[in-house]
Write a protein that binds this ligand. Structure first.
Ligand SMILES: [Fe+2]
Ligand SMILES: [Fe+2]
Length: 499
């Protein structure tokens, strides 16, 4: 703090004032106003490296608002620091003009500058630490799950993988087999992610598998290998951990789908497994809910927008589709499974196309579609939807998705896709357009949608927002029977799609 005694017309010399300040104050002053915006903008750039961040910005009005606010605030800090000097000079001159005889003080920087600079340092450092910590905090091992792999086996049915994760790097052995035949698979080095490939499974067998020397043996069945024959269930959006979600419904749906009397061969789950993808504890709890069913029933999982929050995609990858798993053509997030000549393309689309449907995925999709004979069953599954009735809520249109319709639907029409399944909207709907059947599969425990106020431009044959449930698809030759069921397996709607 320096007292400057001057004439009313004299402008305080900032340079002299600055040089007169103690070194630590000069260092803190310049350091704070330059470091704060750099920190804030760096943390923002870091946030956009996460799998789901671009989607959050693109689709959620509040996220976009916050990002813009952070950019404006960051840029404003040095601008305010300059204005602070100008105003201080003006105030000094005004005071001097009013009371020339008095000694006036020229104080810089103001408390306001110290406050915003401090916010600009504490907030980004806290956010970065929280993001890093949320990635590092792991809350224990995950039990094994039987995942449907990318590709197909020598006998026409899906390859599977037993996937689990351990807090410490471990080296494991898996023994599996059927009848009197057994095989042993050994990991060649210790790791945290584990994916034992069960390739070239024999059709119509009851298999078992066991980890290391554990007593627990898991059993699962493989489907028959008859061309164009397959029965599978599809559901989406459990949002486990959300106050509005019903875990009871999720469990009941899992029970019903995997009930042997329903004769489903596989289960395809389309994402939004948990509410907050950045919370490892939620993933672990969710897997504990799934494990009794998914350890013995071949299941495929897609990542949803809630799963992908911040570091969530890392957890999805580690717990469902590790990078170390074998992929014929796809990867942890999008893949192709061929069963009995039926082709199931599972895409990574969490909100729309801008965020995840990159050049690589588009190229991959076109390559797959081109390789599939036009007369074969082609089925597409994604987390987000194409045609759907719904609402306009929170600045977001929850009905016909213009991005997916513009980008994907022309490909579906060109390459003869038959059935399209999606989640993201927590309702059940059956729509058709240009010979393609679009099914919104219904909620797997996540909150039910509010009353719709916009109808899709496609022809909607059935819409239900009052039941939790799932969809079953039974393909036999040229026809596919599709049933919509509540959590207990009560039929709500059915249709037959003929090729
Ligand atoms: Fe959802
Ligand atoms: Fe979603």
């Amino acid at each position: 703090m320096v007292s400057t005694d001057s004439t009313p017309s004299e402008i305080p010399d900032f340079k002299a004032y600055f040089n007169a300040q103690p070194l630590h104050k000069r260092f803190l002053w310049i350091g704070a106003v330059t470091l704060a915006p750099i920190l804030f903008l760096s943390v923002l750039a870091y946030a956009f490296t996460f799998h789901g961040m671009l989607a959050l910005y693109h689709w959620v009005a509040i996220a976009k608002f916050l990002v813009i606010l952070i950019i404006i605030f960051s840029i404003s800090i040095p601008i305010f620091a300059v204005l602070d000097i100008i105003f201080a000079k003006k105030i000094f001159q005004a005071k001097k003009a009013r009371k020339p005889a008095k000694t006036h003080q020229f104080n810089l920087p103001s408390k306001f500058i110290w406050t915003i600079a401090l916010i600009g340092i504490i907030v980004p450092v806290s956010l970065y630490s929280w993001a890093k910590l949320s990635m590092m905090i792991r809350t224990g091992n995950t039990p094994p799950q039987l995942m449907i792999a990318d590709g197909t086996g020598d006998y026409g049915i899906a390859n599977l993988a037993v996937v689990f994760w351990t807090e410490e790097p471990t080296q494991n052995t898996l023994t599996y087999g059927y009848d009197s035949i057994s095989r042993e698979l050994k990991e060649n080095k210790a790791a945290q992610t584990h994916a034992f490939m069960l390739n070239n499974l024999m059709p119509d067998k009851t298999y078992w598998y066991r980890l290391n020397d554990q007593e627990k043996t898991y059993q699962f069945k493989t489907p028959t290998n008859i061309t164009n024959q397959l029965k599978f269930a599809v559901s989406s959006d459990c949002h486990l951990g959300a106050p509005s979600a019903s875990e009871e419904m999720t469990v009941q749906i899992l029970k019903t789908i995997t009930d042997p009397t329903r004769s489903n061969d596989y289960f395809f789950f389309l994402g939004d497994f948990i509410e907050y993808g950045f919370e490892d504890a939620s993933w672990k709890k969710g897997i504990d809910v799934f494990h009794p069913y998914t350890s013995v029933f071949p299941t495929a999982a897609l990542i949803g927008n809630h799963d992908a929050m911040f570091a969530g995609a890392n957890f999805f990858q580690d717990y469902f589709y590790p990078a170390t798993m074998e992929y014929d053509t796809g990867n942890s997030f999008y893949r192709r499974t061929d069963i009995n000549g039926i082709h199931i393309l599972q895409l990574d689309m969490e909100w729309g196309t801008i965020e995840n449907f990159d050049e690589a995925q588009e190229k991959w999709l076109i390559e797959q579609l081109e390789s599939i004979p036009k007369d074969d069953w082609t089925i597409v599954m994604t987390h987000t939807y194409y045609y759907a009735s719904g609402t306009y809520a929170g600045g977001t249109a929850w009905y016909d998705n213009p991005e997916t319709i513009e980008t994907l639907v022309p490909l579906f029409e060109k390459y003869g896709v038959d059935l399209v399944f999606s989640g993201h909207i927590h309702a059940m709907e059956h729509l058709t357009l240009k010979g393609i059947s679009y099914t919104v599969v219904g909620t797997f425990g996540g909150h039910l949608e509010p009353e719709k106020d916009v109808n899709s431009v496609a022809e909607s044959h059935f819409y239900d927002r009052s039941n939790y449930g799932f969809v079953e698809v039974d393909i036999n030759g040229n026809s596919a029977y599709i049933g919509y069921y509540d959590e207990n397996g009560k039929l709500l709607y059915e249709y037959t799609h003929t090729k």
